[in-house]
Design a protein around this ligand. Structure first.
Ligand code: NAD
Length: 484
């Protein structure tokens, strides 16, 4: 069993302030696979102190190109350890190896590469014409930032936040989830290896109480939170009260609209990973599939065949598509939703229980419900497991109305041979990211975030970088001319 006895605070591996520990339990074997220190309030205080010192240290004064160089080094060092990182994330939270190398490691490095390129071209300082003369508009680091990380795609969410913070020049304190501290130890080693200036990053695995202490800490200026909508509301309320800058990336219940002309043979294999990726534990998962009534049976048949073909088992086996859920509580929650779906009248056509022959491990069979009404609980609430519902519609306007009849608005997709018709649908769906015939709906270089209860603010792209910057306008004398 792996054990750790230090925390990465301010760029040093230090003894934790308490003897509290986190046990990491394999979702596949249900055995404890590692024990690491659990960060406590005293550790947060030390991390904040180091971050505030770093804010007036050398890193924020670096040129954007120099900051970009650090981000590139970070990306390259992650790539160099890609296999080990993917295996670690698979071991701690059950992400299938068949997906983890791309989704859990290379996707984060693509995000980091995007941040590096943006840092090189972003207008951190520009002179704009003003009412009385020229105005120097400067973008300065937001201050000390906190990155609160969920367990489902831990390094990816770190890359969204840390890449922006490093591009902006903002020191960041990361708080990984207690389910997934192990990959964050590799990240700490990598930050050491690339010789990132001390104090720029601290990593404090802990639960929600310590997370909340970090959010409330007077030395933290900005919070980048990713997690459930319930926790996001709490974090947003604290940030509102304390007037901290805040980005919230929350849950989703996204709709994939299959238009009447869709080529099912081409679309279903692309849509499947969109719905079931990471064992269904993805905020952008397409969990409501909207099929035209005229082709409903055909869509159901194609989906049922595809869902049935999903192999379930040891997440480390590269031939397995669906691994276990992160925790026992998550399996019980998902099974509870399946019972609710049946009780409310949805028809189960594939799955619906625990797979036979897998005694250990928090598995739920890939599950397909048909005849689902959008008012049902399984169509309204985020299940966060391998459960997908098929709904029917009469015309595209009704499909859009059903897609929009949701508290959430994170992602969505449309499947059609007529891209213009797809763009027309995309314009009408109230959601932050959208794909037309796309396996993925999130582009690593463009804004990502939610409408409605899916979040506040955006990550990625210039909008995402701006969330880690403060804007200052310096009114210059009317006859000012910049030095040559
Ligand atoms: P969670 O809300 O339970 O926890 C997320 C993180 O927040 C953890 O690190 C947790 O310790 C911390 N936390 C919880 N309450 C807190 C509080 N009051 N103050 C400070 N920190 C607190 O979510 P989870 O179960 O880890 O992740 C699953 C959820 O995350 C799903 O709802 C999913 O849709 C969402 N998610 C959203 C995105 C996105 O980009 N929109 C991406 C991934 C996951």
């Amino acid at each position: 069993m792996e054990t750790k006895d230090t925390l990465y605070i301010g760029g040093e591996w230090v003894a934790p302030s308490t003897s509290n520990t986190i046990e990491v339990v394999s979702p596949y074997t249900e055995q404890v696979i590692a024990r690491v220190p659990e960060a406590a309030e005293g550790d947060v205080d030390r991390a904040v102190e180091a971050a505030r010192a770093a804010l007036s240290g050398p890193y924020p004064e670096l040129t954007p190109d120099e900051r970009a160089d650090y981000i590139v080094k970070l990306s390259q060092a992650i790539q160099a350890r890609s296999g080990e990182i993917a295996e670690t994330i698979t071991a701690e939270m059950g992400s299938p190896a068949s997906w983890a190398i791309m989704g859990q490691v290379f996707a984060p490095t693509m995000v980091l590469d995007g941040w590096a390129d943006l840092a090189r071209t972003f207008p951190f300082e520009e002179i704009r014409p003003g009412a009385m003369g020229p105005v120097l508009v400067r973008k300065e680091p937001v201050g000390v930032s906190a990155g609160i990380i969920p367990w489902n795609v831990p390094l990816f969410i770190v890359a969204l936040k840390l890449g922006a913070a490093l591009a902006a020049g903002s020191p960041m304190i990361l708080k990984p989830s207690p389910e997934t501290p192990l990959d964050s130890y590799i990240l700490g080693e990598i930050l050491d290896e690339i010789e990132l200036p001390k104090g720029m990053v601290s990593i404090l695995p802990a639960g929600r109480e310590v997370g909340e202490y970090l959010v409330r800490h007077p030395g933290v200026d900005k919070v980048g939170f990713t997690g459930s909508t319930a926790a996001g509301r709490k974090v947003g309320a604290i940030c509102g009260e304390l007037l901290k800058r805040c980005t919230l990336e929350l849950g989703g219940k996204s709709a994939a609209i299959i238009l009447e002309d869709a080529d099912l043979a081409a679309s279903i294999p692309m849509l499947m990973p969109n719905s079931f990726m990471n064992n269904g534990q993805a905020c952008v998962a397409q969990t409501r599939i909207l099929a035209p009534r005229s082709r409903y049976d055909e869509v159901v048949e194609a989906l049922a065949e595809a869902v049935q073909a999903q192999t379930v088992g040891d997440p480390a086996d590269p031939s397995v598509a669906i691994g276990p859920l992160v925790a026992e509580r998550q399996r019980e929650r998902v099974l509870g939703y399946i019972e609710k779906g049946k009780a409310e009248g949805a028809k189960l056509v594939v799955g619906g229980g625990r797979p036979a022959g897998l005694e250990a491990g928090w598995f739920v069979e890939p599950t397909l419900f048909v005849g689902v009404d959008n008012k049902m609980t399984i169509a309204q609430e985020e299940i966060f497991g391998p459960v997908v519902s098929v709904l029917s519609y009469d015309d595209p306007a009704q499909a859009v109305a059903i897609a929009n009849d949701s508290d959430y608005g994170l992602s969505g997709s449309v499947w059609t041979q007529d891209v213009e018709a797809g763009i027309d649908v995309a314009r009408k769906v109230r959601t932050g990211t959208y794909g037309i015939n796309q396996f993925g709906t999130l582009d690593t270089r463009n804004p990502f975030g939610g409408f409605k209860s899916s979040g506040v603010g955006r990550e990625l792209g210039p909008e995402g970088l701006s969330a880690y910057l403060e804007t200052k306008s310096i009114v210059l004398p009317g006859d000012y001319t910049p030095p040559a």
